[in-house]
Design a protein around this ligand. Structure first.
Ligand code: DX5
Ligand code: ZN
Length: 214
């Protein structure tokens, strides 16, 4: 299966968001990665559901929402209205099984996300309820950070567990993805590459093409 590309609009030009979304469609992005930060779970804030609603109405590309918020179960119903994949952090203080089930009940696909401090094995028991898992390859909170190579071992462990058990779960990676780190991620078994600062700007077309060719 060809690797899927999920540009993170945290790095988009928000004064020209409509054009940015159009460019993502022209360049065949597979998903739009939408980072929600609350200033508590992570030391930064971004954008939330009112902007998600507008983005959803302006594009046909599936939207992959990455909640970096405390106790995310409180907001599942709201975000599931417009998210195709709705992801939250294992470490964020919600009951993981109940939150995954609630996301599916609300009609979205599930994505369980782990920070660099969490081991892959800690989420094995939840894989039957996960349409996707997201391995963070930076500390969540900011774009433009350097890739943490330790994340590759986690991807390999998840790849093995998913393949051995025959689950349909996709593996996504987020943080510091560029032409050097993307091949390492795909070789380790990643299905979906999130990239922000590497993709937005003048070279979007060739960079998406390059990542898709890996
Ligand atoms: C970081 C976010 C990422 C971020 C990635 O907390 O979850 O999605 O946008 O940005 P780059 O690709 O620049 O590392
Ligand atoms: Zn993200």
């Amino acid at each position: 299966m060809a690797v899927k590309i999920a540009p993170s609009i945290l790095a988009a030009d928000f004064l020209n968001l409509k054009d940015e979304l159009k460019k993502l469609e022209e360049n065949k992005a597979d998903m739009i990665h939408f980072d929600v930060m609350d200033g508590t779970f992570v030391p930064n804030m971004s954008f939330a559901n009112p902007i998600l609603k507008q983005v959803k109405s302006a594009t046909s590309i599936p939207i992959d929402v990455h909640l970096m918020i405390d106790r995310p179960h409180r907001y599942v119903e709201e975000f599931a209205k417009d998210a195709d994949y709705l992801g939250f952090h294992y470490e964020a203080g919600s009951n993981v099984t109940e939150t995954l089930k609630k996301i599916r009940e609300c009609g979205a696909k599930t994505c369980l996300t782990i920070k660099p401090c969490t081991k892959a094995e800690q989420i094995f028991e939840f894989l039957p309820l996960c349409d996707m898992v997201l391995v963070m390859s930076v500390e969540p909170g900011f774009g433009g950070q350097s890739f943490m190579p330790d994340s590759l071992e986690k991807v390999k462990a998840l790849r093995k567990e998913i393949d051995d058990k025959g689950y349909n779960t996709l593996i996504e990676i987020d943080g510091g993805i560029n032409s050097e780190t993307a091949p390492l991620a795909t070789q380790a078994g990643v299905d979906v590459l999130v990239a922000g600062s590497y993709l937005f700007g003048d070279k979007m077309r060739e960079r998406i093409e390059h990542l898709k060719s890996l």
